[in-house]
Design a protein around this ligand. Structure first.
Ligand SMILES: *[C@@H]1O[C@H](CO)[C@@H](O)[C@H](O)[C@H]1NC(C)=O
Ligand SMILES: *[C@@H]1O[C@H](CO)[C@@H](O)[C@H](O)[C@H]1NC(C)=O
Length: 260
């Protein structure tokens, strides 16, 4: 059961996602400072978004598809732009998904659809990304760009509680059929997302989990449900014999889980 049952979808976003980020106090000014170098939306918990080495890294490593750039620039104008995945993280995930020949991908948390497009671009023409979110309004920001990029037919957007969509996929016999999953949604439900995604991906499949450092809040979890949930999940995955794993200091912390 989700801790959030009975709470409206709007407030799930409000308390779980925004609450987590706002309380971290990390993002103030990030938009302005990173826009100087052209990497609007850059964020890194460990280095800080203003860091010159981060900017150097982005300048010397990003190969952003023009349609992805378009979504990013649209997203920067949005009040919750900090919820967008880091570009270099998206690029890493695309490379990994490609490496394991992903045909079916899962996305838990879509927001404006930057990573949805990122996945759709690398999938073969008969590939599919099942994209889960409760908020269609934000997804509508990316949708026209998915279409423009010619990959809309690979995107199966499901607007409802992600746990429900994941349960429906399991009930439909789709366990062990997905290659890649990305978890980036309300933090309270992360453990449920992890367990369900682990059932849905095949052996050798990858789950990428975002915000595992949560702006440093995993360190001090006093009166902090999100920090505690993430810390508990980090500890669980470290000891989880069902998977191999790596935690990377990219974006807001990224754990890569490889199903055995
Ligand atoms: C941890 O967080 C609590 C509640 O926000 C705060 O009172 C306390 O000072 C923090 N401790 C440290 C070591 O930062
Ligand atoms: C992955 O996990 C298996 C089983 O625990 C272990 O034998 C193997 O060494 C691990 N591989 C890596 C790269 O950690």
């Amino acid at each position: 059961m989700s801790l959030l049952s009975g709470i409206s979808k709007e407030s799930v976003i409000g308390t779980a996602v925004l609450g987590c980020v706002f309380a971290a106090g990390l993002w103030a000014g990030s938009r302005q400072s990173s826009s100087h170098t052209g990497f609007q939306g850059a964020k890194n918990t460990v280095l800080g978004s203003n860091n010159v080495l981060l900017q150097y890294m982005l300048e010397n490593s990003l190969r952003e598809h023009p349609s992805l750039k378009k979504i990013r620039l649209k997203t920067v104008e949005h009040p919750y732009h900090f919820m967008m995945v880091a570009c270099e993280q998206a690029q890493l995930m695309a490379n990994l998904a490609k490496l394991i020949k992903t045909k079916k991908a899962l996305e838990v948390g879509v927001y404006t659809g930057y990573n949805t497009l990122n996945m759709a671009l690398l999938l073969p023409d008969d590939g599919k990304v099942v994209a889960c979110d409760v908020n269609e309004e934000y997804a509508n920001i990316g949708k026209p760009i998915w279409k423009e990029a010619g990959v809309e037919h690979k995107i199966d957007l499901r607007i409802k509680e992600a746990v429900q969509t994941l349960d429906e996929l399991l009930a439909a016999g789709e366990a062990e059929t997905f290659d890649f999953a990305f978890i980036d949604a309300d933090k309270e439900s992360y453990d449920h997302y992890y367990e369900k995604c682990l059932k849905l991906i095949r052996k050798g499949g990858i789950i990428a989990i975002d915000n595992v450092l949560l702006g440093g809040r995993v360190l001090n979890r006093t009166n902090d449900i999100c920090g505690q949930v993430l810390h508990d999940l980090n500890q669980k995955i470290l000891r989880d014999h069902r998977v191999n794993m790596s935690m990377l200091a990219v974006g807001d912390g990224l754990t890569l889980v490889f199903k055995l």
